[in-house]
Design a protein around this ligand. Sequence first.
Ligand SMILES: Cc1cc2nc3c(=O)[nH]c(=O)nc-3n(C[C@H](O)[C@H](O)[C@H](O)COP(=O)(O)OP(=O)(O)OC[C@H]3O[C@@H](n4cnc5c(N)ncnc54)[C@H](O)[C@@H]3O)c2cc1C
Length: 400
Amino acid sequence: MDFGFTPEQETLREEVQGFIAEHVTEELISEIDDFGENTRGPLARELYKEVASRGWIGISWPKEYGGQGGSRIDQYIVEEEFARVGISVGGAGSGAPAILAAGTEEQKKHFLPGLINGEIIFALGFTEPQAGADLAGLQCRAVRDGDHYVINGQKMFTSAAHYATHIYLMARTDPEAPRHRGISIFLVPMDLPGITVRPLWTIQNEPLAPTGTTYGTARTNEVFLEDVRVSSDALLGEENMGWYVGAMGLNLDRVGANRYLISVRRDEDIINWVKENRFESYSPAEEDSVRDRLAELWIEAQVCRLMTMRSMSIVERGGEFTYEGSAEKVWAPEHGVRTTETITQILGPYAQLLQGSEDAVEEGLFAHNVMGSFQSGINHGSVQVMRDQMARRGLGLPRG
Ligand SMILES: Cc1cc2nc3c(=O)[nH]c(=O)nc-3n(C[C@H](O)[C@H](O)[C@H](O)COP(=O)(O)OP(=O)(O)OC[C@H]3O[C@@H](n4cnc5c(N)ncnc54)[C@H](O)[C@@H]3O)c2cc1C
């Protein structure tokens, strides 16, 4: 079995690297990393259009909806190179997999080209104050009224809602049905009357995490929906089947270069730091225990990458994709947490100094990553829930 890329794929990677070297400036990165109010400012929008014009966004999506009808692996290569410099270019997390699988022809024709050229951005509206890991307990209600639905409820941790054009919203359409069966998904424009977005600041906001922090988002949101009237065209898939549409979309959205790199960038950062720096009293690079640990982390990172490539390969071949994304979502964030534990051992007390502290290492990058790593095992599906899915779907064990 050959795990390598084809010569054409290596050429694509070089082209993307060349493009990044030319177009991704420090100014652009600091605009994207401006964790405050806006994460897609003018420079980022311009870059996004340039990338799209080269056919690099939605490479694997069908041509009739603006994609290239190409390979998921090619798409991965583009995503990976951009993710390495901290930029997400479509693909996983875009909401597209579920629209492609369950959307109407009109929805595909409207949303996919918009996602490719960057004019449409989704926020994920699943979690509620009383429904996180236990998502099936959600209470947001959508009631049919002629050719509209009227939506009332509250969403929590709705990242990107402050600049998204649409919310990918899960709501209860049949309160009498068993919990998983009375739920539907709506693609709701954010500018409809009755939608209010309020900031929910995270631990990375005060002091603000420095550029390059992985899991450094300083802002997520609460979204309130009061008598929001949305056209019935906004329904994605069949009414009351939203649980299954959402689960499939989330599962596919979990795989990809962004997820993999969020988890391994921290060990790349610490390995590079150790190679180039030393403390007055000791040089970490010369300590056997540090060298051993960093080598172990590197091996774990390769496992993360192989798991991602396996998922890509299954998607590419149109295979059944059930528990593999869950396995990746356990291994990668937990690897990230293990890395931050190692960072605290190498840096000692310096690992606690955040941005703004005089003696902070790398402006507090490592310290902010230590703080941020723990949420990685919770968001986008917690590791406990993922383990349960693997036990059932992967190992064939009964529901716990
Ligand atoms: C920074 C951030 C960004 C987010 N962005 C979004 C977003 O854009 N859109 C969105 O919809 N959601 C988002 N989320 C929400 C995220 O998906 C939820 O936090 C997650 O589902 C857990 O829900 P909860 O916070 O209510 O925790 P809880 O459900 O209270 O769970 C707390 C802990 O208990 C564990 N637990 C709960 N029940 C069980 C059980 N039965 N067995 C074993 N363990 C259990 C969980 O695994 C978890 O570790 C985000 C969260 C964070 C932190």
